[in-house]
Design a protein around this ligand. Structure first.
Ligand SMILES: C[S@@+](CC[C@H](N)C(=O)[O-])C[C@H]1O[C@@H](n2cnc3c(N)ncnc32)[C@H](O)[C@@H]1O
Length: 216
């Protein structure tokens, strides 16, 4: 079994989250659903994958800003899945699908090569201890996997409040043949989540990075 990029967390599910999780309206896609394709699910619209959306606060706002795009939002944390489902139904969004799964497994088993129009990884778990660095999601191996599922010119947006992780991202993606880019100004469309606000309150600096899938 490969190393997990997420921390095991106890997930107390509130009644509202449980209700949201139980509605069978097709917004929650199960891992390995037979016949699944981005093309079919979003009727040919460009699709962006968000890896690790937390409570989905940014996901729902950004999906509302881009009704012409599909958004496949993936996390492993059950309460957050319930939160995002509640948010997208309350906002009447039809362009978001949600998965409770390891996004790396979804990429490997459900996403066709060169099919994603974009990827978002906002505040991935920083794994600060040196012995845990192998658990970070931004590694050469994962950059190759994400690159293989991304269409030419697809955009991978990342943000982190952990300066040494930003450095790792720049080192990994800056030296990777599939990706071109680097640090950017904070994109105006990315809303501040509670997670980010806490980091700002604690005096940490946020790094935004943008990489484009090279056409080759
Ligand atoms: C630090 S939180 C940030 C959440 C959110 N992006 C935000 O800005 O508030 C990182 C999230 O990534 C999720 N995560 C980590 N590895 C993952 C993976 N392989 N697949 C899906 N989600 C993952 C965790 O469960 C967690 O919710």
């Amino acid at each position: 079994m490969s190393i997990r990029t997420y921390k095991p967390r106890r997930g107390r599910v509130t009644p509202r989250q449980a209700a949201a999780l139980g509605i069978p309206d097709g917004l929650l896609i199960e891992l390995g659903r037979p016949g699944f394709s981005l093309e079919e699910e979003w009727a040919g619209r460009p699709v962006i994958m968000e890896i690790g959306f937390g409570t989905g606060a940014a996901t729902a706002v950004m999906a509302g800003q881009q009704p012409d795009h599909g958004l496949l939002a993936i996390d492993v944390h059950t309460p957050g899945i319930g939160d995002l489902l509640h948010r997208i139904r309350s906002a009447g969004l039809t362009n978001v699908r949600v998965m409770e799964a390891d996004a790396l497994e979804v990429l490997r088993s459900m996403i066709a090569e060169r099919s994603l129009a974009g990827v978002r990884t906002y505040f991935p778990d920083p794994w600060p201890k040196a012995r845990h660095h192998k658990r970070r999601i931004v590694t050469v191996e994962h950059a190759t996997l994400i690159g293989s599922r991304s269409a030419p010119h697809a955009i991978w947006d990342l943000a982190t409040d952990w300066a040494p992780y930003a450095e790792q991202m720049i080192e990994v993606l800056g030296g990777h043949p599939m990706w071109e880019g680097g640090p950017v100004e904070r994109p105006a469309e990315r809303p501040i989540t509670r997670f980010e606000q806490t980091a700002l309150d604690q005096g940490r600096v946020i790094a935004d990075l943008r990489y484009v899938r090279s056409p080759a």
